[in-house]
Design a protein around this ligand. Structure first.
Ligand SMILES: Cc1cc2nc3c(=O)[nH]c(=O)nc-3n(C[C@H](O)[C@H](O)[C@H](O)COP(=O)(O)OP(=O)(O)OC[C@H]3O[C@@H](n4cnc5c(N)ncnc54)[C@H](O)[C@@H]3O)c2cc1C
Length: 394
């Protein structure tokens, strides 16, 4: 197995770096680099720039407007974007619904929705989780009952990320109540302007607003918005989750966060000495850096296997656990370096009060916000179960 990039891959990496140096707006990179969440405008602007280059959905086949990138090109692109502090591409349309429509959608659905994802006319959000259906997603209860040529939807979704910006939601709904729970689920596309839908914000611990609850009361959805066949939504859901979990280790973000923690630890003084010279702090920093190097190599091993057509087993679970733990450890080190400034307040307040070292106020909020990364996309406890089952099967 060769963990080095081929000459073509190196050329692509250089092309991505050159493109980012030229096309990524500096003010957006500054904000993202400081650990701030990109604004809606930042995200839309960056999507438009990438779409113009044809790189917004690089893994989509050319016939649908993509480049047909394989896992290694996608990895290179995402790592370089993270290192350059580009906003993350909003995944719901590009990484989740797009591949689902390409595999399971009708030609009419593909023609209607795929171009609208690319040019930004549609902002999709994901309606999977419910108050009683998270890790055990199959227990979802939001129901869709057939009434002539519409489904009537009633129920509640939760944790709907960036739903406040979305005009459409793809939902898992229950269309059959008897039999195995997995066999009564359907995949439905819903226009958020339809009467009977209410979206309520959920404030996160650091004061940010990125998730919502969505309530459906007698919402009438045309039958042609069903993707695939009725009651086959579980198959589609699993296919989509496979796509959701790409770039799961997020090593590019950790590389960037590591550089930020080092800069902070050089700047902050404890008893007259730079924190980075403190042996205990330096040891933790060295340990997380070594872990990060190990995950980078594991990631490349996995990509090399996938690119050679190999089946991935427990590797994505391992990467999810390690990658998120590393990022949380880096957040923790930044929080410790900040000391009393690491309180859960929005950054502007800290900046205005000049409590935190310049440019680092957002680190505290980032620490609290990133508690989420070991939960979403399948929590780390569940990934550990998957690993354990894989090991026991041998
Ligand atoms: C910030 C954020 C954004 C999200 N965005 C979206 C979104 O856009 N759309 C969407 O549909 N969902 C979204 N989610 C939901 C996310 O996928 C769920 O939170 C996740 O599946 C866990 O479900 P839960 O929160 O209901 O926790 P639960 O399933 O109730 O689990 C609670 C705890 O128990 C553990 N646990 C549960 N079952 C087991 C088991 N069998 N073995 C061992 N441990 C177990 C879990 O790991 C967890 O630690 C988001 C979540 C967060 C936090």
């Amino acid at each position: 197995m060769d963990l080095n990039f081929s000459p073509e891959e190196q050329a692509f990496q250089a092309e991505v770096q050159a493109f980012l140096a030229e096309a990524l707006p500096a003010e957006i990179a500054d904000r993202v680099g400081r650990g701030e969440e990109p604004t809606r405008d930042d995200m839309e602007r960056w999507h438009a720039i990438l779409n113009e280059k044809g790189w917004l959905a690089g893994t989509w086949p050319a016939e649908f407007g993509g480049q047909g990138w394989g896992p290694i090109e996608l990895h290179i692109f995402e790592e370089e974007c993270a290192k350059a502090s580009a906003p993350r591409i909003v995944p719901f349309g590009t990484k989740m619904l797009g591949p689902v429509l390409q595999k399971f959608g009708t030609p009419e659905q593909q023609a209607e929705y795929l171009p609208r994802i690319l040019d930004g006319r549609d902002w999709w959000c994901q309606g999977y989780s419910e108050p009683g259906a998270g890790s055990d997603l199959a227990s979802l209860k939001t129901k869709a009952e057939r009434d002539g040529d519409v489904y009537v939807v009633n129920g509640q979704k939760t944790w709907t990320t960036l739903g406040q910006y979305a005009n459409r939601i793809f939902c898992l709904v229950r269309t059959k109540f008897e039999g195995k729970p997995q066999e009564g689920i359907s995949f439905l596309l819903i226009d958020l302007d339809t009467p009977g839908i209410e979206m309520r914000p959920i404030r996160l611990i650091e004061g940010g607003y990125e998730v919502n609850e969505v309530f459906f009361t007698d919402v009438r959805v045309p039958v042609e918005n069903l993707v695939g066949e009725e009651n086959m939504g579980w198959t589609i859901a699993k296919y989509l989750l496979g796509h959701e979990r790409t770039n799961i280790a997020g090593t590019g973000f950790s590389v960037q966060a590591l550089a930020q923690v080092k800069a902070l630890a050089r700047q902050v003084k404890r008893r007259g000495k730079a924190l980075i010279e403190n042996p205990l702090f330096a040891a933790r920093l060295a340990s997380v850096e070594a872990e990060l190097e190990a995950v980078k190599i594991t990631n490349l091993r996995m990509l090399s296997k996938a690119a050679a057509g190999g089946q991935l087993g427990a590797e994505p679970s391992m990467l999810k656990i390690k990658g998120t733990v590393i990022r949380q450890e880096l957040n923790d080190l930044a929080r410790r370096a900040l000391g009393p400034a690491a309180a859960p307040f929005p950054s502007e307040d800290l900046d205005n009060l000049a409590i935190a070292p310049k440019g680092h106020a957002q680190n505290a909020a980032g620490y609290f916000n990133n508690r989420k990364i070991s939960i979403y996309g399948g929590s780390n406890e569940i990934q550990r179960n998957i690993l354990a089952k894989g090991m026991m099967r041998g």
